[in-house]
Design a protein around this ligand. Structure first.
Ligand code: HEM
Length: 591
């Protein structure tokens, strides 16, 4: 019984098991068929949506609407909002930015006040926020002179500038604060060394004589012709400053003036042939144009996101070409550095070395540096180490890039204002005559330059009304507060130079051209109200050099020549000129 019962039980268990398996399989089939139906219906729906254009548009519409809603939700609920124009998705306020950024900033200041915010682009988030400051009283923290201030950077982290190797070397975009301070200290020692500044005075005079020689050969100075001769001062000045800065930085010639002279048609046959054969001239023309392209490359890599650089074919091509330019330049400048190093090593210990920037950068903190003191103090070792070849290279580029167009443009603006204000020109001529007498060839010394106070006041007043650089950039390292607004770390601040230099609360009759405002009582000028060389820890390093060159040029040109503008009604309008690089074509002056 027991056995039979056991068998029966086993049989009934087997039966149940079989049934449950069958049930399970049936259920699985059912589920599978439901899934199939679902997939089929989803596929049909997608097909319908895609192939039926009205549904497809509907999908796009839903996507765009969601994107716009999340964008404006983020915008209107953002933390610590400050006044500013409402941005558009994707482009932010970029659409209003061009073609004239200076005019744009001026209009926004009028509408939103001395502090406003804008957004320049950003795909899904509100990024690229910029805080514009147009009042000197709000710049104290940003332009603090201490190197450890909370605004040590110019730009936020930038992949493009990293690729250009500029965020950890040199001065202008270096984000490694210790390394920037080290470079700045050494370059400042060079740029302010009396030996270097004296070389600059001499160099300016030699180049001016060279330029006059070309003018004479071109018949510009031939009075017998009895006709007025026009020359494009802006073109000549750009070449002049190129030769000057090249010589001061490397003690080599860039032949920019000579190459420009050779572009004129009225050269004699020998001169034309000698130019064609001259490999050195061609090489140097390439060098000069590549130095300019280096600057173009910085702007391109800084402002073009990696995605656009790699996806858009035209950008890919441009990136490749610009990187080739940088590689060629790096090779050339490093060759120059190595050659100079050999010359320095070969020189006798008591032999005086050239006072150019390259030699000085290579010898500072070595036993060829008269001020060098050997130290084993760990804390001081960083400060007293010599510069590496790569560091010297980067600094050489930056000095070349920073010192050419700025000074050439400023000089053209000075000429423009002097032609429009004959009484100012007359007063300047009196100062020049007082110091140099009637001898139009008397050598200018470094000491003379310091006596040219009225010339200095003219440079200041021209640069107040017509600054060559329109914005100062600063980025916060830590959260901070300005004008009672709170800002997180990494906020980009833009200091609006034209607005501050024309601000009615800082200047008496700001629209009036009046160099005397800098002769009477400079103490009355509010702090940070005159910013054409920047301010604080990152103030322009070439300030002394530029002023010296400008003053020397004013003496050299005006003690001999009577300069007029071809078109006195021509505009020298800051708003029109600032967006352009290179000296103004409007400053064409007949000699
Ligand atoms: C009239 C001529 C010049 C003008 C108007 C000018 C203007 C400026 C301005 C506005 C800045 C930004 C400062 C700031 O952010 O606070 C600057 C920075 C700089 N300038 Fe000039 N500059 C001139 C000539 C020169 C020359 C001749 C050199 C070199 C020989 C030079 C080298 C530099 C360097 C290296 C910096 C970066 C400083 C840093 O980031 O620490 N500049 N310049």
């Amino acid at each position: 019984m027991i056995r039979a019962g056991g068998n029966l039980k086993r049989i009934s268990h087997l039966k149940e098991f079989k049934e449950s398996i069958i049930n399970f399989i049936v259920k699985i089939r059912l589920i599978m068929s439901k899934i199939k139906i679902m997939i089929f219906s989803i596929m049909t729906l997608i097909k319908e949506l895609i192939f039926d254009s009205s549904n497809f548009l509907y999908l796009i519409f839903i996507f765009v609407l969601t994107y716009i809603s999340q964008f404006y939700f983020r915008y209107f609920t953002r933390q610590h909002p400050i006044p500013g124009p409402i941005p558009f998705p994707l482009i932010g306020n970029f659409e209003t930015y061009r073609p004239n950024s200076s005019q744009w900033a001026k209009e926004l200041q009028r509408k939103y006040g001395d502090i406003f915010e804008v957004y320049l682009g950003g795909l899904f988030t509100l990024n690229n926020r910029q805080i514009w400051i147009s009042n000197a009283n709000l710049t104290n923290k940003l332009l603090s002179p201490y190197t450890n201030n909370n605004f040590p950077y110019r730009t936020t982290e930038n992949e493009g500038l990293d690729k250009m190797d500029m965020t950890s070397k040199g001065i202008v975009f270096n984000r490694n604060v210790d390394n920037w301070a080290y470079n700045r200290r050494i370059v400042a020692q060079v740029l302010m060394a009396p030996k270097f500044l004296k070389k600059a005075v001499k160099n300016t005079q030699e180049l001016f004589s060279e330029m006059e020689k070309y003018w004479e050969k071109l018949g510009y100075l031939n009075d017998a012709k009895g006709q007025e001769i026009e020359l494009n001062l802006a073109n000549w000045m750009t070449r002049f400053m190129t030769d000057s800065v090249f010589n001061l930085t490397t003690n080599t010639k860039s032949y920019a003036l000579l190459n420009y002279y050779h572009t004129f048609n009225n050269l004699n046959k020998d001169e034309k042939e000698s130019n064609n054969d001259h490999q050195l001239l061609k090489e140097s023309e390439k060098f000069v144009s590549y130095i300019r392209l280096h600057f173009v490359a910085c702007v391109f890599f800084k402002d073009t996101p990696k995605l656009l650089r790699t996806i858009v074919p035209a950008n890919r091509k441009k990136s490749r070409e610009l990187l080739d330019v940088v590689a060629w330049l790096n090779k050339k400048v490093l060759e120059l550095i190595k050659e100079r190093k050999k010359e320095i090593e070969k020189a006798e210990p008591d032999e005086e070395l050239s006072a150019d920037m390259l030699t000085l950068l290579l010898t500072i903190n070595t036993n060829r540096d008269p001020k060098y003191v050997k130290t084993t103090d760990e804390n001081k070792l960083i400060d007293v180490r010599p510069m590496s070849e790569d560091e010297v290279r980067e600094n050489v580029y930056e000095i070349m890039g920073g010192g050419i167009d700025t000074t050439a443009n400023t000089f053209c603006y000075v000429v423009y204002y002097l032609t429009h204000y004959p009484e100012v020109r007359q007063k300047m001529l009196q100062e020049i005559e007082k110091i140099f007498g009637k001898d139009t060839n008397r050598e200018i010394t470094y000491e003379d330059i310091n006596k040219l106070n009225y010339c200095g006041a003219i440079i200041k007043e021209v640069s107040r009304i017509m600054p060559t650089v329109s914005v100062l950039f600063r980025v916060s390292a830590k959260p901070d507060e300005i004008a009672d607004y709170k800002f997180p770390a990494n906020t980009q601040f833009m200091i609006n130079i034209p607005a501050i230099q024309m601000h009615p609360s800082h200047w008496n009759q700001p629209e009036k051209f009046d160099p005397d405002r800098f002769m009477n009582d400079e103490q009355q000028i509010p702090k940070n109200a005159l910013l054409y060389f920047g301010g604080g820890a990152r103030v322009c390093m070439g300030k002394q050099l530029a002023i010296l060159q400008l003053k020397a040029l004013m003496v050299l040109l005006y003690r001999k020549y009577d300069v007029e503008l071809v078109d006195m009604s021509g505009d020298c309008n800051l708003e029109k000129l600032l967006p352009h690089l290179g000296a103004s074509q409007l400053c064409r002056s007949p000699v």
